[in-house]
Unconditional design. Structure first.
Length: 403
């Protein structure tokens, strides 16, 4: 028994440590990415600049002044020291993939599989999830390298449809939580692969050409810029998807895939506003109207009820004893003082539902996770029925009486 408890503690410690690293690395990567996009767009050209320099920007930070210049391709002579920005991206992906393994692949029955969507084994679920990351990145790479890659708008539209279609497919393979995590991991993989497979190799080729006294190919810089722009516009959606597993009304409702489709639209729209400002092209305030409309649409869609279940007329308000029987039978194996579900050491989020008083206390959480959404039980592992959810809904609608 002691070994089992120790194993649970180590798993929780490992998960928390990796998540901490993932968040820190993500902040560093997003911060540097946003900074360089801002810098690149705000560069100003003037006659006094040396040949081969695209533009200049003066900045002040922390009491110091900085003069920033960017070369069109590369300087005529390489400096002795050159700072490379790559480990923020690599660490974000490596820690994120480690989280996928520890949280989702090793606990697939809870967080990745929903047998009402597709009944599969844990190894199968992990294999499908991992395989789709590789396959979808290859598909993205083919699109970028094809003639389509030369047409920015067409590529963006096809790419958007591609991601929405994948989201819809994932919601019909995994649980809602698993689907959101999978599309987030996929976008993150594409972004890091852009750094690893395109941006960094072409930068190295540029440096090698300069050292050899050769003229670098401008195509290398253009390819790196294209992928950098893609990463810039995908950043806000991927951050939303990273956070969404804390919000059941997003991932565990009927139109969860459509919510992601809207996020994939308004995220780039918001970035367009800031990019336009940084480039001195004005402030397209219409973007905030689009973003606000999108958020209102998400709010409406999140109220559509549990995924996969038709919501009919509510039954007569059940007795509180019926409610406690449902919650005790479907939820208290995890939400108890001493959970007996394998791999669960303590009640998730500190929410206990093993007494009538605690069930009444947490009526709002029950409403969010088991009535307005199908987030709980995760993957419906305890096989709560639609009729039972309706009884809980009727109890909530009546004000959660304790009689």
């Amino acid at each position: 028994m002691g070994v089992c408890v120790l194993d649970l503690v180590l798993t929780e410690w490992l998960s928390a440590t990796i998540r901490w690293l993932h968040v820190i690395a993500g902040i560093a990567w997003i911060g540097s990415s946003f900074y360089f996009i801002h810098l690149d767009l705000s560069l100003k050209s003037h006659k006094e600049l040396p040949d081969g320099v695209k533009g200049e920007a003066w900045q002040v930070h922390g009491g110091g002044f900085y003069q920033m210049i960017k070369f069109m391709v590369a300087p005529s002579k390489m400096p002795d020291e050159l700072t490379w920005f790559k480990w923020e991206a690599y660490t974000t992906w490596l820690s994120g993939f480690a989280l996928l393994v520890v949280v989702y692949y090793m606990n697939a029955s809870l967080f990745l599989i929903d047998k009402s969507v597709w009944d599969m084994t844990e190894p199968m679920a992990a294999g499908v999830a991992f395989g789709s990351l590789a396959a979808c990145w290859i598909a993205y790479e083919v699109m970028c390298r094809s003639p389509l890659g030369k047409h920015e708008v067409a590529l963006a539209l096809i790419g958007y449809v591609f991601l929405v279609a994948l989201t819809y497919a994932f919601t019909h393979v995994f649980s809602g939580r698993g689907a959101f995590t999978q599309i987030g991991a996929l976008i993150g993989t594409i972004m890091v692969a852009n750094v690893f497979a395109i941006i960094m190799p072409y930068q190295r080729k540029t440096v090698a050409a300069m050292i050899a006294g050769q003229e670098p190919d401008p195509h290398w810089g253009a390819m790196g810029k294209q992928r950098s722009v893609h990463n810039n516009y995908l950043t806000l959606p991927v951050v939303f998807l990273m956070l969404s597993n804390h919000y059941p009304l997003f991932f565990a409702t009927q139109y969860n895939w459509l919510i992601v489709a809207i996020v994939l639209l308004i995220g780039p729209v918001i970035r367009h506003f800031f990019n336009s400002q940084h480039a001195g092209k004005g402030s397209p305030w219409w973007t905030w109207a689009v973003a606000a409309a999108g958020m209102i649409a998400i709010a409406l869609l999140s109220a559509a009820g549990p995924r996969g279940e038709k919501v009919g007329a509510l039954p007569t308000t059940p007795k509180f004893s019926e409610v406690t029987d449902i919650v005790s039978g479907r939820c208290s194996m995890c939400h108890a003082k001493e959970p007996f579900w394998p791999g669960i050491a303590t009640a998730p989020n500190g929410v206990r539902l093993d007494t009538p008083e605690l069930i009444k206390l947490h009526a709002r959480m029950i409403a969010i996770n088991a009535v307005k959404s199908s987030a709980m039980p995760p993957g419906n592992v305890s096989e709560i029925t639609p009729e039972e959810r309706q009884k809980l809904a009727s109890w909530i609608a009546a004000g959660a009486p304790d009689k």
